[in-house]
Design a protein around this ligand. Structure first.
Ligand code: COA
Length: 146
């Protein structure tokens, strides 16, 4: 497996994974904005023989980082790819001087919460009715480089 920055040519594969992974998937223009215009955005893909099997999107603002999205191809889940994406991102975030990493996750997304806790995130508080469909979010944080 190789983890590398996402290219525009990865977009169709990333959109396929996105569509089956999220209740409100990002569309092509949202990914293009992240790739080409958002000065804070960073997207990395995990590939196997140049097939995209997962991706992670995070923002860096000064010494703070935020994970927006992480997803793995459905047939390849629970094999360590999500953890590898997080570990790789963490190295890049630390190298960029990020001290604190945060995220929001739907409170019913038990697999993702288990992944984040195993990675060292701690749940801090619930944001009620955070998502468009009324779902609550768990706000999680991890201090980096300690
Ligand atoms: C969340 C997601 C990215 C996890 O990726 P993954 O590659 O399957 O996760 P990993 O194999 O690296 O799992 C690492 C740990 O996460 C937890 N975990 C992941 N999948 C799990 C599952 N199906 N059941 C229970 N725990 C799970 C476990 O603690 C696991 O450690 P273990 O293997 O020792 O049990 C993946 O399930 C996914 O793409 N989900 C849809 C998108 C999503 O919900 N993204 C997160 C919200 S932004």
């Amino acid at each position: 497996m190789i983890i590398r920055p996402m290219k525009k040519s990865d977009l169709p594969q990333v959109l396929d994974i996105e569509a089956v992974s999220f209740l409100l998937p990002w569309n092509e223009s949202q990914f293009l904005y992240e790739l080409t215009a958002n000065p804070f955005g960073h997207i990395y893909v995990a590939t196997e023989n140049e097939i995209v099997i997962g991706f992670i999107d995070f923002w860096i603002t000064f010494d703070s980082g935020c994970i927006n999205q992480i997803a793995v191809m459905t047939g390849l889940r629970h094999k360590g790819i999500g953890m590898s994406l997080l570990i790789d991102a963490e190295k890049r975030l630390i190298a960029s001087g990020v001290k604190s990493l945060t995220l929001e996750v739907r409170t019913h997304n038990k697999n993702a919460i288990a992944l984040y806790e195993k990675f060292g995130f701690t749940g801090k508080f619930i944001k009620k009715v955070y998502y468009d469909n009324g779902d609550d979010a768990l706000y999680m944080e991890k201090r980096l480089g300690l």
